[in-house]
Structure formats: structure tokens, C-alpha cells
Design a protein around this ligand. Sequence first.
Ligand code: PMV
Length: 301
Amino acid sequence: MDHTASASAKTILFGEHAVVYGEPAIAIPLTKLRTYADLVPNQKEFRIISENTRLNHPYEKLRPESGLQKLLSILMETFEFDKLPQGTLTIQSRIPIASGLGSGAALSVAIIRAFCKYYNKSLSNEQINDIAYRVEKIYHGQPSGIDNTTITYEQPIIFSKSDGFTRLKADLNPLNLLIIDSGIRSRTVDVVSSVRTNYEKNEPFIRQIGVLTGSAIKALECGDQQKIGELMNQNQQLLECIDVSCPELDKWITLARKEGALGAKLTGAGRGGNFLVLAQDSKQAGKLKRLFENHGLRVFQ
Ligand code: PMV
């Protein structure tokens, strides 16, 4: 019996950080970049193995108060069992950790779905999203909920804390978007809390990001690539104003623009992690991909 389940990464096109303060944001799933969870009976004890993080532990050895421990305890409560199954949960992920692509939420959603398969129980997307959000609070402190929502529903969405999500009605296929890993790891919880510490200074920029995201929804819906690129550049400038970029991201983003990209910006929490580059066409996307790979960066398309 196959109990493998998976969940995708996500990238925020517009509105990160501002979304924490009630503004809308736009995110899309990266369906080819996934985390897999596989739960197989072992007749012994519950054990969790993750090759990426070199974890090989029984439940008792998990760090107390960790996201994984929280998730497993919520699952026990949800499925009303008093102990975890005698099984090995193996995690395999291609999503880089702490780099703005929602690796934590993808891990949660993949594990929840693997448990559903193992116990032959179904949970609605709403229930899965709710559990993943509770775990996000451990990873992020006060998350907006955009990561878990994009990943649970695996749809391009417009998200706001007060209104939840609606599907983005845009054809994204013509966009030549590169997602590029700066290789710098940065914890979302730290960046979000520094924006909060300087909230008074940051507030005007946060509100401007909200207005800009409104324009981006329109530009995406009518496929105006020039405008989308311009808005990405403006969004990046506002993210710099709230101090969530970093010299390396600034350097790569400037290089992409110098090479003729329509727009470039960081994605996710920032101060490292991934950035987005919108190329003019597939030929330029190929050229930019090679350029960044030659600089030793990992490029997702
Ligand atoms: O860096 P990520 O993938 O965890 O994205 C965080 C997005 C923020 O807007 C910065 C925080 C949030 O909870 O929305």
C-alpha cells in the first residue's frame, strides 16, 4: 500500500511582509518543486527520517516545541489516537530550507496527507490548511497564513488575512519567471520580527506595498508583462525601505535588470533566500539562467 504524499513549494509574487499587516499578497505554487512524505509500517516504533536535515529519530527524540513535534501531536489529536503508528515516516524534499519558498508549510502538508493515506481517513483542504497554519506559528511566530494556504490548495492566489484567499484569474504560462536561490539562509521569524520592531517607520511603505499589489493583480490578469516587471521593481524598492533585502540580493537583482530583465525582486521573508527575475522571453530566460548558474546559484524555472 502506497502512503506517499507530497506538497509543492510556493513563491510570493507581490506583497510579502505587508500581508502580515492585512494587505493583500499574490502567491503561486511551484508544482515541480516538492516535498514527499512516505509512511511505512515497521512493526517496531514510530521513526522519522529526513535525508535533507540528517534526521533519524523516534518521536521522543524530537526537539520539544519543534514544528514537527507540534504537527505530530496535532495529528494524534485529530485522528484520536494516543500514540503514533509503528511506522517509518521518510521525508524527501527538493525545497531549500529557510529560503522563502515555504519549505515548512510544504513539510506539514505532505506529512498530514501521508497520515491521511496511512489511516485511510480524509481531511478537507480547510482542515489541512488549519493544521498547517497552527504549525506555521511555531516556525514563523505570527504568520499571515499565505504559505500554508497556497501550498494546501496548490493554486495561484490573492490572499489577505481578513478575506482569506481567492483564485488569481491570470494565465501565468506566458511569464518567463526564474526563481533563483541566493544561497543565503534566513529565518522568516527573525525578519518578520525586525519589521515589527520598526513598525512605525515601516508603516507607510507597508501600505504602499498594499496599493502596489492591487495594481499587480490587474497587470497579471491582463497579462501586461512590462507593467508586471515595473511593479516587481517598485515592490523591491519598498522592501528595501523596510530593510528586508541584503547586499547580495541587491547585487543579483541589479545584475538581472542590467541584463535586460523586465523586473526582479526578492520573494518571501528576504535578507537572503530566493529572488524572482521576470525575463522578456524564453530566450532571455535561458541566458539569465546560465548567467546565474555560472555564478554558482541554483535556478528554478
Ligand atoms: O519566507 P517565507 O516563505 O516563510 O514567506 C514569508 C512571507 C511573509 O510575508 C514575510 C510572512 C508571512 O507570514 O506572510
